[in-house]
Design a protein around this ligand. Sequence first.
Ligand SMILES: [Zn+2]
Length: 207
Amino acid sequence: MFITEINEGIAGTGIKPGIIKLASSKDETTEYEKMFFRAAARVQQETGIVILTHTQEGTMGPEQARMRIEHGADPNKIIIGHMCGNTNPEYHKEVMDEGVRIGFDRFGIQVLAGAPLDQDRVATLISLLEAGYEDQILLAHDSVNIWPGRPPVMNEQVKKIMENGHPRHIFENILPDLREKGITEQQISKILGENAVSLFAGSAVKI
Ligand SMILES: [Zn+2]
């Protein structure tokens, strides 16, 4: 199915995917999930497509990176997603030292389902930038606009928690905070755009 969709388009639409998204559970990768990881790694080799992953609460990042590479996928075409669910810089370095890129892509999602606060994400991000990982981190949002065909339904408490879970949040709040804390325009330009360009180009990251 992966190959057909990549070459011919999804469900007869002719629209071709730019990525394969894979997911693992919190603290484990089930046999069922592993089956998709193996298939995607094979398809990645054959087609050169980008693999983006979902880590649950930022767990299983190193295992995801290694599994994909062991099965022959190109680390330069892999991005381990939702890694900002974890605030331990050493854990992030372990993942990036496998040669993959990582997503700090859940700004605005705080407290819910074990998510850290944005201020802790920012502190982790800054320590990684200071350690020289500026070519391997991508900033993004994971905002949900439509949930089974309609806008997401949230109670008042969740709405309040999620008030920054929208695509303007990085520009309005996170970037000013990073600038104030000494992150340069060149570093911002990389994590906001250039690193995504090199991911899709498959450019090698220097590790
Ligand atoms: Zn996800």
